[in-house]
Design a protein around this ligand. Structure first.
Ligand code: NAD
Ligand code: TYD
Length: 373
């Protein structure tokens, strides 16, 4: 069996569902259930004998040690993290606590557990750490994409906390020989992503006739990776990756934020034409005439402080060494994602509690949501 941390979040829940469907071996999911963790994401696995959910914090060393000794996993896959850049700007403490101290605790307990294993379990054990392209900093428009040897230059508290955790993971291999593998991926999108991140936020807001906030000039570039492709890359790295190595995973789909939200609006125009909603008061903004195109909801707002301009991943190492490929094109992946959110508005409502509304107020209140693009 494998121990997955943070498996009730966006990528972790997709990973567990894919794992049970493709690999078939048991999974223990250790998750603190922060605002971003939702056991309902794993409803399809809940009755599966191969799936065990444990509520707990990777920062609680005693508990992590107990879980490792009890379940005896052959691998730990660490997704648990605070993951939203804007939240790290408003409150960095939790990022240092979970991403740095939590990963440290997990490494310490994994080291103690692994040291006591006998062969061949000891040699077969893996600690796979899931990280981000944001550790590499920001690219200029003509710079080559990030490779595994690009030096770290994290700019946000989130990126700095992930960089610190990556360094600890690397050091545990170098110093103690712990069999680690790190994957650094670009921006994921797909089902179950919490609607604080750009793509689900834009889909949900536009579908409900609310302004779609785009920071700054909207020309920041991200490299979008469909979550299923990311999960396949993590599985491959876990099973075939070389110990001590890092692998970059990217979607080869660089888009400006404006391109992303305009594409979402075009899909919504097709699936939910606004002519049908022309007398619906939700589709008027600030008392103006009803709108007929979702793109009219796109609103440029005050920029994020320290906003990285461009990320792009060079994924040739994992392609060459492990035979991984991004299979989903951005256009098809985005369409699937829009369909998923339109079909799961009850899920959106269940995860966006009062605490979510407080977050929206904190992050967007002073961003002047009225200036339409
Ligand atoms: P998410 O915020 O959706 O989920 C994080 C999960 O971790 C939640 O279920 C939460 O309850 C859990 N968690 C938080 N603190 C915990 C703790 N102390 N102990 C145990 N569980 C805890 O995040 P995500 O988007 O699924 O990202 C997963 C991982 O992938 C993170 O490490 C993130 O840095 C990395 N990553 C994400 C993206 C992306 O686009 N989403 C891109 C690159 C890297
Ligand atoms: P996000 O989904 O938060 O991921 P990250 O910051 O980790 O890349 O943001 C993706 C891009 O979208 C980023 O350039 C910030 C921008 N963005 C907006 O323009 N408006 C928003 O409301 C949000 C949440 C993000």
């Amino acid at each position: 069996m494998i121990l997955v941390t943070g498996g009730a979040g966006f990528i972790g829940s997709n990973f567990i569902l894919d794992w049970l469907a493709t690999k078939g071996t048991p999974v223990v999911n250790l998750d603190k259930l922060t605002y971003a963790g939702n056991p309902a994401n794993l409803a399809a696995a809940a009755k599966d004998d191969r799936y065990v959910f444990v509520k707990g914090d990777i920062g609680d060393r005693e508990f992590v040690g107990k879980i490792l000794r009890e379940h005896k996993p052959r691998a730990v896959v660490n997704f648990a993290a605070e993951s939203h850049v804007d939240r790290s700007i408003h409150g960095p403490d939790a990022f240092v606590q979970t991403n740095v101290v939590g990963t440290f605790n997990l490494l310490e307990e994994a080291r103690a557990y692994w040291s006591n294993l006998k062969e061949p379990e000891r040699s077969d054990f893996r600690f796979l750490h899931v990280s981000t392209d944001e550790v590499y900093g920001s690219l200029g428009s003509n710079d080559p994409a990030f490779t595994e040897t690009t030096s770290y230059s994290p700019n946000s508290p989130y990126a700095a906390s992930k960089a610190a955790s990556d360094h600890l993971v690397r050091a545990y291999h170098h110093t103690y020989g712990l069999p680690v593998i790190t994957t650094n991926c670009s921006n994921n999108y797909g089902p179950f992503q919490f609607p604080e991140k750009l793509i689900p936020l834009a889909i949900v807001n536009a579908a409900r006739g609310k302004p779609v906030p785009v920071y700054g000039d909207g020309l920041n570039v991200r490299d979008w990776l469909y979550v299923g492709d990311h999960c396949a890359g993590v599985r491959l790295a876990l099973n075939k990756g070389r110990v001590g190595e890092t692998y970059n995973i990217g979607g080869n789909a660089e888009k400006t934020n404006l391109e992303v939200v305009q594409s979402i609006c075009a899909i919504l125009d097709e699936l939910r034409p606004l002519e049908a909603a022309i007398h619906d008061s939700r589709f008027t903004i600030h008392g103006s005439k009803p709108i007929t195109r979702h793109s009219s909801l796109v609103t440029l707002v005050k920029d994020r402080p320290g906003h990285d301009r461009r990320y792009a991943m060079d994924a040739r190492k994992i392609e060459r060494e492990l035979g991984w490929r991004a299979r989903e094109r951005f256009e098809t992946g985005l369409r699937k994602t829009v369909h998923w959110y339109l079909d799961h508005m009850d899920w959106v409502d269940s995860v966006t509690s009062g605490a979510y509304r407080d977050w929206v107020e904190l992050n967007y209140a002073d961003r002047e949501m009225g200036n339409r693009k």
